[in-house]
Structure formats: structure tokens, C-alpha cells
Design a protein around this ligand. Structure first.
Ligand code: COA
Length: 161
């Protein structure tokens, strides 16, 4: 069974993330969507909220078991614990590349069995990020094209507080 981990802050999950999840689920037998419990990025949404938002947004996929959970510490260690041998990341633009390249090499150095696979983002989500959603939502803007429908109301409620 081929297991992959898709890590991120997901603060909150966007349609760009969802696109990567669905496409990765067509490639792997099991996909662990892993929310980093990262105090240093000062997330707006709690780790429980971020996990719940993803669980509610992800559709059932017939060919892939999708698990949503959180993790602390190093991704290389978490991947080993979950039996994942692949990290999935979305690539949006060349500006993502250098950082992602460094992360992929560091993760492989720490866990020799761990490879990183990059999925090119769909062009309509090239410019999208969680911080863009947070910024627009905070000012009462329309986030309906950016965030999965099921969670839009709760995301806006918290951002506008
Ligand atoms: N669609 C929309 N947005 C996307 C996207 C996509 N396909 N891909 C990435 N993004 C956004 C993210 O939402 C994030 O937005 P934000 O910065 O505005 O919140 C931004 O692009 C950066 O994404 P990413 O590089 O994946 O960062 P992240 O914070 O979401 O996740 C981890 C980073 C969790 C993967 C990484 O920090 C990690 O593995 N940490 C654990 C510690 C570790 O092992 N470090 C590596 C060894 S040194």
C-alpha cells in the first residue's frame, strides 16, 4: 500500500489545498493530511478547527483512504510513524521552488526512505494562499471562490471578529 503525507498549516484549508488533496488521492492508496501544530506561525484557527475544516471539506474518494490529523515536531519523524514514504506538496510558482527544494532535501536527509512529490497547482489557484484568505476575510471581503463551501461561514465568522 502506497501511503503519502500532505503536510501544511492549513490556516485555513483553501480550494487550492483541496485540489491537491483530491489529485493526490487519485495517485496514492492512503493519504494522511497532516496539520502542523505550529505555535511559531501564530495561526488564527486552532489546530482542532483546522483539522475539522479539512475533514468536512474532503469528499469520500473510492480509491484512497484519506486521514486528517495533526502533528508536532519533524515531518520526517511523523512520516516514519505513519508509514508514509512520500510527502506530497503543491507547487504554485517558481518562488515556491527554492524553499520546497530545501525542505525536500532536508526531509530526505533525516529520513532516507522519504521522497517528495510535487503536484503543480491548478492555474486558477496559482495566487492563492491561506494568508490571502485571512486578509480578505478580515476585511469582510468575499472568500467564496477561495475556501470550500461547507466551511465558509465559520471561517468568515472567526476572521471578522
Ligand atoms: N493552494 C493554496 N495555498 C497553498 C498551496 C496550494 N496548493 N500550497 C501552499 N499554499 C500556501 C499555504 O496555505 C501557506 O500559506 P500561508 O503562508 O499564507 O499560511 C503557504 O502557501 C506556504 O505553504 P507551505 O510551504 O506548505 O507552508 P505551510 O506552513 O502550510 O506548511 C510545513 C509547512 C508544515 C510543511 C513545514 O513547516 C513542516 O514540515 N514543518 C515541520 C517541521 C519540519 O520537519 N521542518 C522541515 C525540516 S527542516
Amino acid at each position: 500500500m502506497k501511503t503519502a503525507v500532505y503536510p501544511g498549516s492549513f490556516d485555513p484549508i483553501t480550494n487550492g489545498h483541496l485540489d491537491v488533496i483530491i489529485r493526490a488521492a487519485n495517485v496514492f492508496d492512503k493519504l494522511v493530511v497532516a496539520v502542523l501544530n505550529n505555535a511559531n506561525k501564530r495561526p488564527i484557527f486552532t489546530v482542532e478547527e483546522r483539522v475539522e475544516f479539512i475533514r468536512e471539506s474532503v469528499p469520500k474518494m473510492p480509491s484512497c483512504e484519506i486521514i486528517v490529523t495533526s502533528f508536532d515536531g519533524l515531518l520526517a519523524d511523523f512520516a516514519q510513524e505513519t508509514g508514509a514514504t512520500t510527502v506530497v506538496k503543491g507547487l504554485r510558482a517558481m518562488s515556491d521552488f527554492e524553499y520546497e527544494f530545501q525542505q525536500a532535501l532536508a526531509n530526505r536527509k533525516m529520513n532516507h526512505r522519504l521522497d517528495t512529490v510535487f503536484l503543480m497547482t491548478s492555474e486558477k489557484y496559482m495566487y492563492l494562499s491561506s494568508s490571502l484568505v485571512r486578509e480578505i476575510g478580515r476585511h469582510g471581503g468575499d472568500i467564496s471562490d477561495f475556501v470550500p463551501l461547507k466551511i465558509q461561514k465559520r471561517v468568515l465568522e472567526k476572521l471578522s471578529k
